[in-house]
Design a binder for this molecule. Structure first.
Ligand SMILES: [Zn+2]
Length: 492
């Protein structure tokens, strides 16, 4: 997630020296329901491949947001067939969930916005009557599921998605999280830490990743876009690498598509809104250069494709294989500074593909693992490109840490109504800088590269990070990690 939405933390360099100014700153099963509601017959998704073992997780109850997600189940795969009606602002969908029982279960409880209507549901191919409890959807099971048993549930639904409150005081908090329909008939998502449930039934927690097949239908002139690898059939996307719900993105709108090729042939796609986003597109075209910079430090880009979709948001997200970039998050400064801000935000979000997307947090206590590495990647890029000196970056980051640590708590135990405040960005980035200074560049970049490349598609936490760092360096760096994550004030 970008820190650009938190304008107080924008770093600007004054030309003379390193002066620092803190600005004020697949496979649907109910085509009949779908067709009846949209008038559009869904395209058949590719046949599901294998048994979805790539989507296996060991979910835990989230210690920060325990009301979200269901740690008793492990969703292996989501097949989402979604139609969008821009004039009515209606989403009509079928979700097919392949679920593994992580514990013995007697029912399937999912997160799903109470404002969306369920039209039909099945479990193991048989129709069931669902129960709704607020934003929980409960599907009954004919027989209890033993631990490890798998079952397929389908839910057909429709309605107008609405975002829910973002548990944060960030500058972009007012827009909420989840999917929203806009006045012009577009729809888009911005949904960290839990907003996926506003548009599809899911276990909405970072510790339960799954593979996806998404099939989007929109009227002529409109485009449905999702993260994942395009299958070749318009509107269809496949994610073979597991994705956390907060890293899924879908947008419907009037879009222009630009394609390019990144380092060693990575296919790139930039979706910009027709008639706008020229500055963003110009910067997006430099994605190969940024990927190259990141790969030189952290090893190969860990996914088969990359790109971005531009939406009308105040935020930006590292959604997997396709960034979701809010145009309002990166504009509003003078042209040169806007270009720099876009550059920095894009490096930040791209770096999350190594730190957050490929190696994800087991639960929301671990957001510092995402943002610390992304903020530090962004900082190193600022220094490498001459935007900041190391000293000016460090002074800026320490100052921001002091301010936000006092407001939102230490990064390892932040206030739950201050999700993704600057405290989880700057302090952990300075912690990484302290580790780099202690062990040297060669050992540090080997550590960062191995952290990702040896643990692709896993979820990690503070204990595993500390153990990895100590093993990799042969030193005891736990005191450094603990002081930066736990201290109520900025460590000296
Ligand atoms: Zn971020």
């Amino acid at each position: 997630m970008t820190r650009a939405a938190q304008r107080p933390t924008t770093l600007r360099l004054v030309a003379s020296a390193a002066a620092v100014i803190a600005l004020a700153t697949g496979c649907t099963s109910q085509p009949d329901v779908h067709t009846a509601l949209t008038g559009i017959a869904p395209k058949p998704l590719p046949a599901p491949a294998g048994d979805f073992t790539a989507g296996m997780s060991e979910p835990v109850a989230d210690p920060v947001y325990p009301a979200h997600g269901n740690p008793s189940i492990d969703v292996l795969h989501y097949g989402l067939t979604l139609g969008w009606a821009p004039q009515k602002k209606t989403l009509t969908g079928t979700a097919e969930l392949t679920i593994r029982a992580a514990k013995p279960v007697t029912e399937l409880s999912l997160d799903f916005a109470g404002g969306l209507a369920v039209d039909a549901a099945t479990v193991a191919g048989l129709p069931v009557t669902v129960a709704r409890h607020g934003d929980k959807l409960v599907l009954p099971l004919a027989d209890p599921l033993a631990k490890g048993a798998k079952i397929v549930a389908t839910i057909a639904y429709h309605g107008t998605p609405k975002p829910v409150a973002f548990p944060s005081h960030r500058g972009d908090a007012a827009e909420g999280i989840g999917m929203r329909a806009t006045a012009d008939g577009s729809a888009w998502t911005m949904q960290e830490p839990y907003g996926a449930f506003t548009w599809y039934p899911c276990s909405d927690q970072p510790g339960d990743e799954a593979t996806y097949d998404i099939d989007l239908t929109a009227p002529p002139g409109w485009t449905g876009i999702a993260g994942g690898t395009a299958t070749g059939t318009p509107g269809q996307y496949h994610s073979a690498d597991p994705v956390a719900t907060y890293l899924v993105t879908v947008a419907f709108g009037k879009y222009d598509k630009t394609t390019a090729t990144g380092p060693h042939g990575i296919p790139l796609t930039y979706w910009t809104r027709t008639g706008t986003d020229a500055a963003l597109l110009a910067s997006l075209k430099q994605t190969p250069k940024r990927l190259d910079w990141l790969e030189k430090r952290f090893g190969p880009y860990p996914f088969p494709t990359a790109g971005a979709v531009v939406v009308d948001s105040d935020s930006a997200m590292e959604t997997q294989q396709l960034l979701t970039i809010g145009a309002k998050a990166v504009t509003g400064l003078p042209p040169k500074e806007t270009a720099q801000e876009i550059d920095h935000v894009l490096v930040h979000e791209l770096s999350h593909h190594w730190f957050g997307d490929s190696v994800g947090p087991r639960d929301w206590r671990g957001i510092w693992l995402n943002e610390g590495f992304a903020m530090y990647s962004e900082g190193l890029y600022m220094i490498d490109t001459g935007f900041a000196s190391h000293a000016s970056w460090l002074a800026w980051a320490r100052k921001a840490d002091a301010k936000y640590r006092a407001k939102a708590g230490p990064p390892g135990n932040y206030h739950k109504d201050d999700f993704a405040a600057a405290n989880v960005y700057f302090g952990p980035a300075v912690m990484l800088d302290e580790i780099r200074t202690a062990i040297g560049d060669k050992a540090f970049f080997a550590l960062a590269r191995d952290w990702v490349q040896t643990q692709r598609n896993t979820q990690q936490d503070r204990a595993s990070f500390t153990a990895f760092v100590n093993k990799h360096t042969g030193r005891n760096l736990k005191p450094v990690i603990d002081k930066w994550l736990d201290s109520p004030t900025t460590p000296s």
